[in-house]
Design a binder for this molecule. Structure first.
Ligand SMILES: *Cc1c(COP(=O)(O)O)cnc(C)c1O
Length: 377
């Protein structure tokens, strides 16, 4: 049998290894050190944000954002239903309640009209999600947030490098949260970042991500012996400087990695646009997609499980899109989001990463186009 074509794969190599060697030599491999500072400055510049804070992952960045924006018991946060459940979890960590809002069928991002309809006197903020590497309609959401006095957080976990209306993911609303997990477009295995335009939010999150005290780097650079005081219940949400070193290289490579993924997406789109058994992913006007994942919507006549079995037996990995949060038992089945529920059933992701060869892309296309008619119910 031919080799397996992975659904996702990191693109890491000699340049990242050299950066790791450097940080080893520097002696500072823990978090919140000189290499993290350097990465944060580069990431803020790349996302057109005023501030960036490196975090252990996106979920901790989301928790910090919601916490620092004041979410707590008795509050409702409007959350895009179609997402990896980290978004809802992070709202719950603060004691606030996630209220799941349906998404648009084309982009699978939160429906601004449904957001407005879901606002109550308990609503404090909106958490939008950039599904599969494409921004939500953030410009419209900013207007809604400001009209109703709500904050807006962008869960940009898969969307480093994405653009919406001429602006970068991470520059919208009150905060942007990114993931550098191995399945994302740029990665250090695990990792994340919190971007913001607010100096006070950055300062608060920065303090709380390191136990609630001033940074060890500032103390190390001092000539006297500063003894920090613990006056706030902080967390340990730091990114190690080893990971920050990897991320500094990944960020430099980001334009090339996105271009490589875009080439794959263009070939899939060209080959599958005319196939009546699938709908190709839609990129909204004014968006630059980063293609963290490539998601087809299957015709209702297709048995997704049978299709997956066909592909997997031929070494082509595949998966669902993501989760309909309102259908997860943890959240108590309080809302209905029919579009999200439908995408949860019919979305189908096929291999997408920057290492795919032309031959592999062709093999995915051929395997899929042969298997589709056979997987009809
Ligand atoms: C991957 C992902 C997360 C979780 O990111 P971690 O870095 O693993 O915490 C959160 N939200 C979305 C939309 C994601 O795709």
């Amino acid at each position: 049998m031919s080799t397996t074509i992975a659904l996702g794969q990191p693109t890491v190599g000699d340049a990242e290894l050299a950066a790791i060697a450097e940080v080893f030599k520097s002696g500072w491999i823990a978090g919140n050190g000189p290499t993290s500072r350097k990465f944060e400055a580069a990431f803020a510049a790349a996302t057109q944000a005023d501030y960036a804070l490196a975090t252990s992952n996106c979920t901790t960045a989301l928790h910090l954002a919601f916490h620092c924006l004041g979410a707590g018991k008795g509050d409702e946060v409007l959350v895009a239903d179609y997402t990896f459940p980290a978004t809802g979890h992070a709202v719950m960590y603060t004691g606030a309640e996630p209220v799941f809002v349906d998404v648009l069928p084309g982009t699978a991002t939160i429906d601004p009209a449904a957001v407005e309809a879901a606002i109550t006197d308990k609503t404090v903020g909106i958490a939008a999600v950039d599904y599969a590497g494409q921004s939500a309609d953030l410009s419209t959401l900013e207007q809604i947030a400001s009209k109703h006095g709500l904050w807006l957080v962008e869960d940009a976990a898969p969307a480093a490098g994405a653009q919406h209306a001429g602006r970068s993911a991470g520059s919208f609303g009150d905060a942007g949260c990114f993931s550098f997990h191995g399945r994302k477009g740029i990665t250090s295995g695990e990792g994340g970042a919190l971007t913001t335009k607010h100096a006070d939010l950055d300062a608060k999150a920065r303090k709380l991500h390191a136990f609630g005290i001033e940074s060890a780097l500032d103390r190390a650079e001092s000539t006297d012996l500063p003894v920090p005081e613990f006056d706030e219940l902080g967390f340990n949400y730091k990114l190690s400087d080893i990971a920050a070193a990897i991320m500094t290289v990944q960020l430099e490579r980001m334009p090339t990695l996105i271009a490589d993924r875009t080439k794959v997406a263009d070939r899939y789109n060209a080959a599958l646009a005319g196939n009546e058994l699938v709908t190709i992913p839609q990129t909204a006007e004014g968006n630059v997609h980063t293609w963290q994942a490539y998601t087809l919507t299957l015709d209702p006549t297709i048995d997704r499980g049978a299709l997956a079995q066909q592909l997997r037996s031929q070494g082509v990995q595949c998966n669902i899109g993501t989760y309909a949060s309102h259908l997860q038992p943890l959240y108590g089945f309080k809302q209905t989001c029919p579009v999200s529920a439908d995408l949860f059933k019919r979305h189908f992701t096929i291999p997408m990463h920057a290492n795919l060869t032309d031959d592999e892309v062709q093999r995915v296309i051929d395997t899929l186009t042969t298997a589709l008619p056979q997987a009809r119910r």
